[in-house]
Ligand binder design. Structure first.
Ligand code: NDP
Length: 612
């Protein structure tokens, strides 16, 4: 007969027997796998794809011979960035009655991320019905549940046509400086094409992950074969298009470096068409079920006006843990959010002590990751390859990914997985090979799926210098850290707005977040025009109050992130102490903005003409 303490332990709901796994063993494994990968050089292990590596970021899609006369004119609003943020800002300004809008973008057309990234297999892994913005305005229902990149890019262009943004747009043009003119109360926007554009309002939306980065692998510059970054796919070399058919690789040995969300989509096509594919992996991604399917035409016909807003808001609620009766999207994102609640009785949610709730989250996380690892075993035939493909970290330590053909690709005889965890990544690149653990893998082509520099925008990265009142540089005003109201505007920089995840609230469906931001900014501009206000500008006190709100309630993510395997979510294993996201999450933040607009918030930022 068992001793009493043993029998009660065995029936405890959190015991290894009851759970079917040992939480302590998993914790130890996660820590060991993390320690294998942490590098003392953190972010310094990367280099930008500029300077001598500038060819990695050249535009393969636009006309390299394009020229035009410099513009010396005036518009009411300049928008820097023609991705979804810029498009939404322009659309919402149009709806608010602003006629004279100019969008400036480095690319040759609208689309942003979806202009640059056209690699084979590209899809958005957020459901298309909530990711593609302004569907009802443009009169479009996406053809697939998870849309291919080309459909998304075309939708960006359709938005631009619908809101009449092409005529005044400047493409293949990089904004190089924003300078406030106190006397004229206007901005001068300078560009690399010699433009001097004067504008009453400037909105900057230059993306969060827009600058390709390369690993600082010794010898990277010595490689004599062909090489490019996934965000500038070279179809002239590979043949084919985003649907595959890369027959230029039929006789090529290809190295793919990186196994993040991009690589997950690329690998099946490279495996299909390359003579041999070597996938160099440092940390495996979690790869969940995709289950893409074409849009049901009956469903599309049944949609009632307002459907997109309802669906988008419902998704945001579900994935940010707000209890709702229905889950309209019901996919791997929403079910993983629900999973966190599985071990907590829903009606007792608020009452569960924080420690208890954290334990429940962790157990749910272990269960989810066990499923992800079991999926690897079920699909990958070679046990040693399967072992290497299993992710050992908590679900949100890295961007979750979804695919129904990535893991299967490793069953092909022409595909080799090379694990680089023990050498902290690829060790060296030579004239004709990629070196790991002393072994040389001779290849004809090296493709970098190594991601992007993490900065919120041209403004924060310093690539777009901004000079406000009295010629003060924005970084001088922010010498103690960014100071904004709601993340959008800063004292001393009137009529300048930025969109992005700074001192506000974000979520995985980032286009929805951008739409709320664009709507807010457009309403502020509309009020400024109506009241004939000269400046939109928060006072220093308003900014300080906002910073206080953020800091007082900031959730402590440090402990969670410190335990995570390194990546860009946790500053490469060195999580920042300070978290300035709005603690109550995006749903509450959007409500806060609505209330602010209704309850006289505008009075805080609109400086009337007669008082200016
Ligand atoms: P990531 O930054 O996510 O991945 C970079 C990859 O390169 C990682 O696997 C990294 O390994 C690896 N790597 C870096 N340095 C080395 C090295 N020296 N040796 C070997 N491997 C190395 O970039 P992605 O382009 O994949 O994704 C970026 C973001 O873009 C995503 O997080 C997501 O936000 C977005 N995205 C969204 C998609 C969507 O459908 N919505 C699709 C694709 C991308 P390690 O993990 O060990 O650092």
């Amino acid at each position: 007969m068992s001793a009493p303490h043993t029998s009660s332990n065995a029936t405890h709901p959190h015991s290894p027997d009851a759970l079917g796994f040992d939480p302590e063993a998993l914790r130890a494994r996660y820590r060991a796998e993390r320690d294998r990968r942490v590098r003392p050089d953190g972010n310094a292990q990367y280099q930008g794809a500029g300077g001598e590596f500038g060819y990695y970021t050249e535009d393969p899609y636009a006309d390299p011979e394009f020229t035009r006369e410099p513009l010396h004119d005036q518009v009411e609003a300049v928008i820097v960035g023609g991705g979804f943020g810029g498009l939404l800002a322009a659309a919402r300004l149009r709806q608010a009655g602003v006629e004279s809008i100019r969008v400036i973008d480095k690319g040759g057309d609208f689309g942003g991320t979806w202009y640059w990234n056209r690699y084979p297999g590209i899809h958005c892994d957020i459901e298309s019905y909530i990711y593609l913005p302004l569907l009802e305005e443009v009169g479009y229902v996406p053809q697939w549940r998870y849309a291919p990149g080309e459909e998304i890019r075309q939708h960006a262009q359709a938005i631009a046509r619908h809101f009449d943004l092409y005529d005044n747009a400047c493409f293949q043009t990089q904004a190089t400086e924003l300078r406030w003119d106190d006397a004229e109360s206007e901005w001068t926007v300078s560009t690399d094409r010699g433009d001097r554009i004067r504008a009453r309002y400037v909105i900057v939306s230059t993306g969060t992950l827009s600058q390709a980065k390369l690993p600082g692998i010794p010898g990277i510059e010595t490689f004599k074969g062909h090489t490019f970054h996934t965000s500038r796919w070279d179809y002239a070399y590979t043949g084919g298009d985003a649907n595959g058919g890369l027959h230029g690789l039929d006789d090529k040995r290809v190295a793919l470096i990186g196994t993040g969300a991009t690589a997950i989509q690329v690998v099946p096509h490279l495996g299909q068409d390359a003579k041999h594919l070597f996938v160099f992996q440092r940390t495996p991604s979690s790869v969940d079920v995709r289950d893409n399917r074409p849009t049901d035409p009956d469903w599309a016909r049944s949609l009632k006006p307002g459907w997109q807003r309802d669906r988008t808001e419902n998704f945001l609620k579900v994935v940010t843990g707000i209890r709702t009766d229905e889950d309209l999207v019901n996919d791997a994102w929403t079910s993983s959010a629900r999973l966190q609640e599985k071990l907590i009785p829903t009606n007792a949610y608020e009452d569960v002590p924080a420690e208890e709730r954290e334990r429940a989250y962790e157990l749910a996380d272990f269960q989810k990751m066990n499923e992800i690892r079991a999926r690897v075993d079920a699909i990958v035939e070679d046990p040693s390859t399967a072992e290497k493909l299993k992710p050992w970290y908590r679900y949100m330590c890295k961007r979750p990914t979804f695919s129904d053909n990535y893991l299967q690709t490793f069953n092909r005889p022409n595909v080799t997985l090379v694990d680089t965890a023990d050498t902290h990544g690829v060790e060296r690149i030579t004239e004709n090979a990629v070196v790991v653990g002393g072994a040389q893998y001779e290849v004809d082509c090296v493709i970098f799926a190594t991601g992007f520099e993490v900065g919120i925008s041209g403004i924060l990265s310093g690539q777009l210098p901004v000079y406000g009142r009295q010629g003060v540089h924005l970084f001088e005003a922010w010498s103690q850290g960014p100071k904004t109201l709601h993340g959008f505007y800063t004292h001393g920089f009137p009529n300048l707005f930025q969109l992005g995840p700074l001192q506000n609230a974000a979520s995985v469906n980032f286009v929805h977040i951008l739409d709320e931001q664009a709507t807010h900014v457009a309403e502020v501009v509309a009020q400024a025009r109506k009241r004939r206000a000269r400046y939109v500008e928060p006072s220093p006190e308003t900014q300080d109050a906002w910073l206080d709100t953020l800091r007082k309630n900031a959730p402590d993510l440090h402990m969670f992130q410190a335990e995570c395997t390194p990546g860009f979510y946790n500053n490469e294993g060195m999580p920042r102490e300070r978290n300035e996201a709005y603690a109550d999450g995006p749903v509450a933040f959007h409500e806060l903005l609505r209330r602010w607009r209704q309850d006289g918030g505008m009075d805080e930022v609109l400086v009337e003409a007669e008082r200016a």
